[in-house]
Design a protein around this ligand. Sequence first.
Ligand SMILES: [Fe+2]
Length: 686
Amino acid sequence: MTSLTRRDLLALASAMGAGLAWGSAHASPSRMAWSEDRTAFPEGVASGDPTHNSVILWTRRPCPEVCSLTLEVAHDHDFNEVVATSVVEARPDADWTCRVLVGGLRPGREYWYRFTDETGKGSRIGRTLTAPRANDRRPVRFAFVSCQNIHQGAQNAYRRMIFEDESAQPEDRLGFVLHLGDFIYEIVWYPEDRPQGMYDRVLRSSFRYPEGRKIEDFHVPASLADYRAVYRDYLHDPDLQDARARWPFVCIWDNHEFSWRGFQSIEKFGDELVWAQTRKVFANQAWFEYQPARVVQPSNTSVDRFNAPSVVDTRISQFDDDGLGQEANNLAATESLRAYRTLRWGANLDLIITDNHSYRSADPTDDPRAASLADRAFRYFTPEDAMQILDGGRAYNDGAPPDAIHFGATTVPNFRKDQPPQTILGRTQKAWFLNELKTSSARWKIWGNSKGILDLRADLQNLPEDYPVRWPGAGYACMGGGDWSSAFIERAQIYDFVRDSRISGFAVASGDRHSFWAGLAGKALPPASFEPVGVAFITGSVSAPGLVEVLEHRVNASDPARALYLFDTPEGPQAAANMAYRRGVRACLTYARTGDLTAARAETNPDNAPHLSFVDMAGHGYATLTLTHDFIESEFVCVPRPLARSGSLDGGPIRYRVRHRASWWRPRERPELEQQVLEGDPWTST
Ligand SMILES: [Fe+2]
């Protein structure tokens, strides 16, 4: 989108279900009688998906019927230089949310905005930014985050991010916040159903679904009203709301915006698939209403609001060669909102964002027949060779899959033998994604990808003879299904494409794992050859509990495998798993025995994880990326376990700040990551 005319923008606004405002070259003082009243705008304001000359602005103004709002956009916080105004409606059919596309703005600059109703009640003032022009070579800096659970934790990471940004020089400030999903958790435990809390967390929410469904001891949405209610509740969090008012957000959903174990329009609880076409549409509609994003409804290019297709919950029995359910209601529900898109930010960035849930095939490890490919002593591991067979289906081993899968003394018929390989992107989106990569003219192509892409594995086959339990497999253990580290075939297709198309500056920013990871993006690890084509970073959760917290509550002191997960210190257990994943089990066990990090590092198995520079399974916080003509640099800002809200302006202390930088590499050159610990001690992570 290089030179949008006013007419183009009107068409675009219409396609996006947004109102329109147009910036003027002549600024003039506000004439509105604006008086801030946050109770009238309880979810605050937000902005999203800026281009070099436009941005979407958002608010919500609940009122008895339809409410008319005046939007003002100014160069200054005092609104002495207003450059755009527009009158827009907050309507009950959009839950009184309001999206306005503002065009005619200048590139690479800061704007302020506010909404005022007919009685003079005003929203809080928001700040937003436009992207630099596509040929502007100034450095790009943005934050990426994921996984905020306001019912179980505090958003201190956002407070820290705001504090640091306000203190930074203008040229060092963040351009936007990339939110990689789990913006909400649709799965809610009410305190009365779980008085013991969740791991270390006190469940303190007063939130209740208007309708809701109770499953086991938790509650999930049943209706559009339920999905809307959970967004409203989240936006009442003061730190999240302040962050949305300070920066434009660029959002993509992960799983919890629809359903915990959901894919396409299907929910999954226990072993049972639940046909949920109606709820997929509800989830998409609420997301559309609450996230100011440049997303479209492919079948609906001429209306000014979300047009919900009428679907019914219907069994899906036919899946095509990409695992996409061909049932008409499934197709209508998943296509009711197309969220994959590319955002350009100056000469240095094309941010290519994918939807990893609406089109993905079933996770093969969800099949009950996969359950015996596990060992009770190693509950959090899956044999890597079995995972590769399950992922590949009929494409495994160049189309010659085995008839059976072996794991120690266990043999399972290869139930995936005649099925297509797993896909996370689906056919149409993958074709789009590869084309975006190939045609990008930006220096850096950042894949905004909710799911982690760096392999998680440990060399359990190398456990010492005298270790109390034995790994039944002959090879490595991996995390199992669920993200890109088990989608071997599709990941290899993408990385081979990057290599063969001589695409340089390829990097991946992910979330979902509730842990910090930095490393190199390669399709295979030893004993296969490791040939990275880019770099990858995964951010810790803002506030949702991570694996180490789960392990602390589930792997007790008598568990023979505990030493692979946790070190017990006088201050409490710490994350041994970091060492097992990064350096292998012998390094991990040496540390447990001696407490000597140097001695432990000397025991590193170089084949276990040549791709990894950093792993912290206990980290929470946020990450940033800085892109210049010459390098890419990520910073992990890790905060203590966010059990309670910090009252301080800086969001409380930080545990550590670690930087990873790679200089520009040419096509087919191997990128190299340099690590620098700037603050605190990341301990076993490096
Ligand atoms: Fe999450």
